[in-house]
Ligand binder design. Structure first.
Ligand code: COA
Length: 324
């Protein structure tokens, strides 16, 4: 029997055109550029236009990832899309993206792990490919969190932005892939902490979409410890040492969280990819957007080892090591 691994063929990111700066927010709520920049690192974020949906952003990112890999929609037989802001309650946004890309074969479905969603989607696709069940997968993180933000709540509205990122994973024989591919994925969750970060609506509870609620300073502490845990576990499972990681592309919820994690684990600051300054927290999209920017900048070439880790509502937390 063949032994397969999932190899990255392409990455792409997409941000909506409209930009909302900290100064813009200062007009809307009692906040300031100085407070937001010092406490979070965020300077601006992108916001979807009226009528611009999660699936629009996802399809645009997917097209860029396919293009980067020299592939077309016909090459894809699996779409796993992570989102907490789907176009509709159902069908899955992944099937809407599938249709927008003109793909009529294979399977498409969503996963829901909020800010950890992309790593959960990566793990899901990786497992299907490793079993030989599908050949090439689009793994997408896409969000329009602007639609579930309470824009009068300064403690949350300054933090989030909209965007999407996608990665194409290809099944390859282990013998051909060599040392490339997804080396490890670590997934965890603990539902006891739901009330610290949740959306107060849904089909089965209120029959509304609801708004995001968060006890920010409590979430912050958990984020630092759980992301550190996932980093250690993913690196161990990959049989690597932290020093062998070329780039750390973490979830972007707060620049201070990532700086603390890097400091705690001894990852040099110049190996950590930050883009929260420009995009805020795009939730499931942060990691693939970070990967696509790093790829475009030439940081991720063949032979580079990348570590990603995330933390989100649930709580969920996750880490992954990939070798390009
Ligand atoms: N502008 C100005 N002041 C603000 C503010 C804003 N946008 N938001 C909160 N404040 C105020 C608070 O009201 C509080 O005032 P008080 O001391 O008079 O009560 C003060 O700033 C400090 O609040 P606190 O919540 O302790 O600040 P913090 O340093 O923890 O920063 C977060 C707040 C939200 C930026 C930070 O906790 C965070 O990033 N948490 C994790 C977020 C996260 O990871 N979310 C998603 C998980 S994926």
């Amino acid at each position: 029997m063949n032994e397969y691994v999932s190899v990255v063929r392409g990455v792409g990111g997409h941000l909506p055109a409209r930009v909302l700066t900290n100064a813009d927010l200062g007009v809307m709520v009692d906040t300031s550029d100085q407070w937001i920049t010092e406490r979070t690192g965020i300077r601006k974020r992108h916001i979807a236009a009226d009528g611009e949906t999660t699936s629009d952003l996802a399809a645009a990112a997917a097209r860029k990832a396919l293009h980067a890999g020299g592939l077309g929609p016909d090459d894809i037989d699996l779409i796993v899309l992570a989102t907490a802001t789907p176009d509709y309650t159902f069908p899955a946004t992944a099937t809407i993206v599938q249709n927008k890309l003109g793909i009529t074969r294979g399977a498409a479905f969503d996963v829901q792990a909020v800010c950890s969603g992309f790593v959960y989607a990566l793990a899901t696709a990786d497992n299907f490919l490793a079993r030989g069940q599908f050949e090439r997968a689009l793994v997408i993180g896409a969000e329009t969190f602007s639609r579930i933000i309470d824009w009068s709540d300064r403690t949350t509205c300054v933090l989030f932005g909209d965007g999407a990122g996608a990665l194409v994973l290809e099944r390859q024989d282990k013998a051909i892939a060599g040392d490339r591919g997804v080396k490890s994925v670590h997934l965890r969750s603990d539902g006891r902490y739901k009330d610290m970060l949740y959306v107060d609506g849904g089909p089965s509870t209120t029959q509304t979409v609801g708004h995001l609620k968060m006890i920010g300073n409590q979430v912050f502490k958990h984020a630092v410890s759980k992301i550190s845990e996932s980093v250690r576990a993913a690196v161990d499972q990959a049989g690597r040492h932290i020093d062998e990681v070329d780039w750390f592309v973490p979830h972007q919820a707060n620049m201070r969280i990532n700086q603390m994690v890097a400091h705690k684990l001894g990852v040099p600051e110049d190996k950590v990819v930050h883009n929260i300054q420009r995009y805020g927290n795009t939730t499931a999209a942060t990691i693939p957007i970070g990967l696509s920017e790093s790829f475009a900048e030439g940081k991720l070439c063949e032979g580079t080892t990348v570590l990603s880790a995330a933390f989100g509502s649930g709580f969920t937390w996750a880490g992954a090591v990939m070798r390009f």
